[in-house]
Structures are given as structure tokens and as C-alpha cells.
Design a protein around this ligand. Structure first.
Ligand code: UD1
Ligand code: CA
Length: 449
């Protein structure tokens, strides 16, 4: 049986009080609609049809070919929204799964169960429900004495008796496609001026057809995002799940409460994460690392046995056995080969540091190619910017840069050369040469080691 998916995301998201459309609000670094897309991805061989509102171009741009889009020009309710997808899907599918775009924690297993139940059911629809004491504004599921579903009653229209019902409509449904298109036309305008998708349950019952249901055990899956308080709640739940799953697969997290790991991060076994640490984006961490406390790593690859404390690492590549910090900043394009040591108050950008090189104390290295076993003395600066352009600094293997050296780029320091403390190097230095002063002059050859 063919299944297609419709995601409703045309709502204005007014309660977010934001210029960013609700589906694009980030949840642990990813737009919340991406979670819904990931949950429905295994359910159909076709990309879902997403119903977006007037002005939804931003969503369309962000998601590109991850979905097919239809625009609901006027927000006339969830029933009307589903109707907009008919022209795309019409008779090309047997089943239609409808999900609301603001429930990022729903699991694909739950949606699979919804589809399976509908496949084994002769009636036209299966709905997802949850039993909860706190109704959070959800529609109530009314059943008769024999337990058959009779209707979904929206909170705004419920009697005090109906308000007491604790079985709630989750907002995910699996329909027989032909029945859906046929009966959407029959929906009547609610007193609120909307066509409620939920009224289809009543339509089925009127026609003596049965409505099946699947109950969700863990109501946290159905947390709907209507405002930023809900967004923070969802982030908390997701974070706990991610941290727990890493701990169960061999990563030590000293304080899960203060550890923020984005969903796409990878971490090797026996790595230890100390408090107040953020691992973000597509970061990959190797085995046996010590990360944190107080560290943020964004979109970076880090090898095995690295130690990073109180530091920020962004879009960088770090090989094995590297130690960084406290208080250093690796910016875009930093690449540290194995065994590199970066101590306190270092900043590295668009630079390569070769195997075993050391940069212990308050230095800036930008647009530099640095060889193996180089010592960068305290306070060294690559003066890479002349106010208009960036220039390269090249430091060959075995060089010793004395404390407080200014390397005025473009400049190259030859293999095994040395600069004296406080030198301002404006010209290339040949191999095995010692330079000192301002501007730095040659004072002789280096003793061969
Ligand atoms: C809806 C259900 C309610 C259920 C709850 C679960 C209806 C009538 N009610 O209520 O029974 O308990 O979800 O969260 O369906 N949307 C459109 N176009 C529209 C209106 C809504 O695309 O014209 C989209 C919204 O972007 C949102 C979803 O549909 O993703 C749900 O709409 P919302 O207004 O939040 O419905 P609820 O009042 O929460
Ligand atoms: Ca809602």
C-alpha cells in the first residue's frame, strides 16, 4: 500500500513573537521542522508535501528539495490545509499520513504504528491519542460506552463535562486517501471560522464507520511548540535523551545538566565531557579525549586523546594527542597536526601547525603554514593584515620564534632559524639563521644541533 505524508506548517506561529517562521526556530542547532522531516523520512518513498502559509518562502528556501510545497493562501484551519495537498497527491496514494509541523519530538516508530494500524483496519482513519492530566489545549477524544471513538472535540467548543476527558488528540492521523479527499469537502465551518480536520472523525462516525486509534505511552513525544517556553522544554527533553544515549555507549558526562550535545555530533569511546560544554553542529570527537570544562566545539573534527579546556573551537581540524587551553580560540580553518600544544590565550585562524609544534602563551597565528617541531614564543603575532589584504606567514620545520616576535606577512622563516625576543621580522629569514631587533637583522648562523 502506498503511503504519502502531509506536514501542516502554514500557521503563523504568532505566539513565538518572532520574525523567523516557527518551523525554522532552532532546536539544539537544527530547525525544528527538520526533526519532523527526519521522523517521516522512513515512512514514504516520496518527499512529504508541506503546507506552508503565505510568506513561507523562507521555509521553502531553507528546506529546498526535502519536501514538496503547497501554499495555503488563507488560514482556514487544519482541514482546509490538508485539502491544499490534494492537487499534488490525488489518486496517487492509498494512505495519507497527516502530521503537524510543530511536534519535533515525535518518533518515526510511533508514526509507523499509526500507519500499520490503519493498514489492518477497515475504517477510513486511525488517530494518535495520548492520556494526560494536563490537556494543554488539545482536543478531547470522546468515546461511547463500548469504547468506540465518537468525535474529537476542540477545547474551545467543549462542555465542562467534555473538558474532563483525559484522552487527547495528538494531531497525527492516517487516512484512506480516497475517503479523505471525498470527505474533506463535507467539512463545515466551525464557529471559529475554520475547517477542522478533526471533524472528519465525526463524519466517519455519522456514516457508521469505525475510527481506530494508537495511544502514545510517553507524552513527551507530543510536545507541541507554540511559544519559546515550549521550545526550551523540548530542548531539555531532547538533550537528556542525547546525553543518556552517549553515556550508555561509553562516553562519560560529568554533569549532564550542563552539557549540550547537538543531535549530529559523534563521540568516541571513553571520552570524558566536563561541565558547561557545548558540542555543536557536525562535530566529531575521537576516543579518550578530555573535553571541557567550559568548552564550545562547533563543526570541528577532533582526533583521539585530545584535551581541550575552557576554550572555543570552531570549524577546525585537530589531529590526535593535541592539547588546548585554558582560554584559547581556534577559528575557521585552524588545522593542528598530532601532538600540537596550544596553551593559554592563543588564537589560531586559517593556519596549519605541524606535528609537535608548540604555542604556549598568548599568541595570534593567522594565515600561517607552520612546520614540525616549531616553538612559538610567548606573545608572538603574525601581522597578517595590512588594512586591505591578508598575507601568508610560512614557518619551516624546527624554527624557534623568540618571545614577542612580530612576523610582518608576507614573510618566510627558513628551516631551523631563530628570532630573538622582541624582533620585528619584515624580511624572509634564510634557514639556520638568527635574526634580532627592529627591523630584525641577521646576527649570524645558528649552531648546528
Ligand atoms: C490541533 C487540533 C487539536 C489537537 C492539537 C494537537 C484541529 C482543529 N485541532 O489544535 O485537536 O489536539 O492540534 O497539537 O486540528 N495549520 C495550517 N493551516 C491552518 C491551521 C493550522 O497549516 O489553517 C497548521 C499549523 O501550522 C500547525 C498545525 O496545523 O502546525 C496545527 O494547528 P494549530 O492551530 O496549532 O492547532 P491546535 O489549535 O493546536
Ligand atoms: Ca498547536
Amino acid at each position: 500500500m502506498k503511503t504519502e505524508v502531509i506536514i501542516l506548517a502554514a500557521g503563523k506561529g504568532t505566539r513565538m513573537a518572532s520574525s523567523l517562521p516557527k518551523p525554522l526556530h532552532p532546536l539544539l542547532g537544527k530547525p525544528l521542522i527538520e526533526y519532523v522531516l527526519a521522523a517521516v523520512q522512513p515512512l514514504s518513498e516520496y518527499p512529504p508535501v508541506m503546507v506552508i502559509g503565505h510568506g513561507g518562502e523562507e521555509i521553502q528556501q531553507a528546506l529546498a528539495d526535502k519536501a514538496r510545497f503547497v501554499i495555503q493562501e488563507e488560514l482556514l484551519g487544519t482541514g482546509h490545509a490538508v485539502q491544499q495537498a490534494e492537487t499534488i497527491l490525488n489518486d496517487r496514494t492509498d494512505l495519507v499520513l497527516v502530521v503537524y509541523g510543530d511536534m519535533p519530538l515525535v518518533r518515526h516508530q510511533t508514526l509507523e504504528k499509526l500507519i500499520e494500524t490503519q493498514k489492518n483496519h477497515s475504517g477510513p482513519v486511525t488517530i494518535l491519542t495520548v492520556s494526560e492530566e494536563d490537556p494543554r489545549g488539545f482536543g478531547r477524544v470522546a468515546r461511547d460506552g463500548s469504547g468506540q471513538i465518537r468525535a474529537i472535540i476542540e477545547e474551545a467548543h467543549a462542555t465542562p463535562e467534555q473538558l474532563k476527558i483525559t484522552e487527547l488528540n495528538a494531531g497525527m492521523y492516517c487516512f484512506q486517501a480516497a475517503w479523505l479527499w471525498e470527505n474533506l469537502k463535507k467539512l463545515e465551518l466551525s464557529p471559529k471560522g475554520e475547517y477542522y480536520l478533526t471533524d472528519l472523525v465525526g463524519v466517519a462516525v455519522e456514516a457508521d464507520q469505525t475510527v481506530a486509534s494508537v495511544q502514545v505511552e510517553d507524552s513527551r513525544e507530543l510536545l507541541g511548540i507554540n511559544n519559546r517556553v515550549h521550545l526550551a522544554e523540548a530542548s531539555q527533553i531532547l538533550r537528556e535523551q542525547i546525553n543518556q544515549s552517549w553515556m550508555l555507549s561509553g562516553v562519560s558526562i560529568i554533569d549532564p545538566q550542563s552539557t549540550y550535545i547537538d543531535p549530529d555530533v559523534q563521540i568516541g569511546q571513553d571520552t570524558v565531557i566536563f561541565p558547561n560544554t557545548f558540542l555543536q553542529g557536525a562535530t566529531r570527537l575521537g576516543k579518550d579525549c578530555l573535553i571541557g570544562p567550559g568548552t564550545r566545539v562547533f563543526n570541528s573534527q577532533i582526533g583521539d586523546r585530545c584535551e581541550i579546556e575552557f576554550s572555543v573551537v570552531e570549524e577546525s581540524q585537530i589531529e590526535d594527542n593535541v592539547d588546548i587551553g585554558p582560554f584559547s580560540h581556534l577559528r575557521r580553518g585552524a588545522h593542528l597536526a598530532s601532538g600540537v600544544h596550544v596553551g593559554n590565550f592563543g588564537e589560531i585562524k586559517d593556519s596549519y601547525l605541524g606535528e609537535g609544534s608548540k604555542m604556549g602563551h598568548f599568541s595570534y597565528v593567522g594565515n600561517a603554514q607552520i612546520g614540525k617541531d616549531v616553538n612559538i614564543g610567548a606573545g608572538t603575532v603574525t601581522c597578517n593584515y595590512d588594512g586591505e589584504e591578508k598575507h601568508q606567514t610560512v614557518i619551516r620545520d624546527g624554527v624557534f620564534i623568540g618571545s614577542d616576535t612580530m612576523l610582518v606577512a608576507p614573510v618566510e622563516i627558513g628551516e631551523n632559524a631563530s628570532t630573538g625576543a622582541g624582533s620585528v621580522v619584515t624580511k624572509d629569514v634564510p634557514p639556520d639563521t638568527v635574526v634580532v631587533g627592529v627591523p630584525a637583522r641577521k646576527i649570524g648562523k645558528k649552531d648546528k644541533k
